[in-house]
Design a protein around this ligand. Structure first.
Ligand code: FA5
Length: 346
């Protein structure tokens, strides 16, 4: 009797392992697992035949059934591993993965040409004792015009037309000069030496030299006994540090409502050394900035007494300076986001 029971167990194992051997996919493998090792699987149910044995032989039979189940489980796991390895090998053959290929280089960012020049400008002025301030790009009509001595209807407003918001009297600033008022109101009655870099906006025709959005750097010094000679000394020192000690400068009479007297500062052309070329429009000179002594009305609007203090101010465009420095012939490259242009700098 016992022999027959063991014989059946042995047959069960042989049959199970033969079937397992022939399996080539995971679905059939799972069916096999259910058929032999599931809750109602053949190996699980084999234990029921315990009843056919005399009580003293039952523990041994129980052990034999458990041992069989363990062997079948081990064989199942080995088969699962083998199938996985086969699938991977097949996949590698199809995809032809080459582990010796070099990795992908992450691309590095770099400074925008406007920023490169801005950083140089800031460094030079910092050495001269100027601190850096920032003032808003979205301004009121008053700060952009009125407080700078440009009342409504003043013709200078035409040359500095801008973009207006839907809120009455709120606009995008056309120059960094409103920063003069912000700085004065922050520091009055103390002396000031600041530069104010930032973006400006103008409603005007975009050309090779003019953009709708560009940067400016405003400079402002206010204190006792500041003269036009201080303005000249500061500007000459700045230009010679930026473009070289041999540069010649010219201060040409001009007009800004917020400075009196006002000048345009020109530098001898770095390309033709002042002989005349296409870049300097055959004049030998390049315009670098607008400047002047701060108008008494503006000093008063900033909170100073023009009888007590004087000041100078200037405003320049770093894109125009970058164009000279890097030989860029069209300002529209700066903000058109062409990576071929941008990756040449920094
Ligand atoms: C002004 O904006 C005055 N606020 C400058 C000033 C400040 C004068 C303080 C006196 C005292 P202007 O409009 O000329 O001036 O602009 C100054 C500089 O900004 C120009 O020399 C030029 O470099 C730059 N700029 C002006 N318009 C544009 C534009 N559309 N695109 C690029 N750069 C511009």
């Amino acid at each position: 009797m016992a022999e027959r029971v063991y014989e059946t167990l042995h047959q069960l194992e042989t049959e199970a392992l033969q079937e397992l051997d022939a399996i080539t996919d995971e679905k059939t493998l799972d069916e096999w697992r259910v058929r032999y090792l599931g809750r109602k699987g053949k190996a699980t149910l084999a234990v029921r035949r315990l009843k056919e044995l005399p009580p003293e032989e039952r523990p041994a039979y129980g052990k034999a059934v458990n041992a069989l189940k363990e062997r079948l489980l081990a064989a199942l796991e080995a088969k699962q591993e083998a199938l996985k390895a086969q699938a991977l090998a097949a996949e590698l053959q199809v995809e032809a993965f080459d582990p010796t290929l070099p990795g992908r280089q992450p691309s590095l960012g770099r400074y925008h040409p406007s920023n490169l020049v801005l950083r140089e400008i800031i460094d030079i002025f910092r050495q001269m004792g100027f601190q850096v301030l920032f003032s808003p790009e979205v301004e009121t009509d008053d700060y952009n015009f009125g407080l700078l001595n440009i009342p409504p209807g003043h013709p200078a407003r035409d040359m500095w037309d801008t973009f207006y918001t839907t809120r009455e009297g709120v606009l995008l600033r056309t120059h960094t000069s409103p920063g003069q008022i912000w700085a004065m109101r922050q520091f009055a009655p103390e002396p000031i030496r600041v530069i104010l870099p930032g973006k400006c906006y103008r409603y005007e025709q975009v050309t090779a030299r003019s953009e709708m959005m560009f940067h400016q750097v405003e400079g402002l010094a206010v204190g006792k006994h500041i003269t036009f000679a201080d303005l000249k000394g500061t500007v000459v020192n700045f230009i010679r540090q930026l473009f070289g000690p041999e540069r010649q400068l010219r201060f040409r009479c001009s007009h800004f409502p917020f400075t009196e007297p006002s000048v345009e500062v020109d530098m001898d052309c770095i390309l033709c050394q002042g002989k005349g070329c296409r870049v300097c429009k055959y004049t030998g000179w390049l315009e670098i900035m607008g400047a002047g002594m701060v108008h008494p009305v503006v000093l008063r609007n900033g909170g100073y007494d023009p009888e007590e203090v004087t000041g100078f101010a200037f405003g320049m465009g770093p894109e125009r300076i970058a164009m000279l420095r890097y030989g860029i012939d069209d300002i529209r490259y700066f903000f058109s986001n062409d990576i071929r242009f941008l990756q040449q700098f920094g």
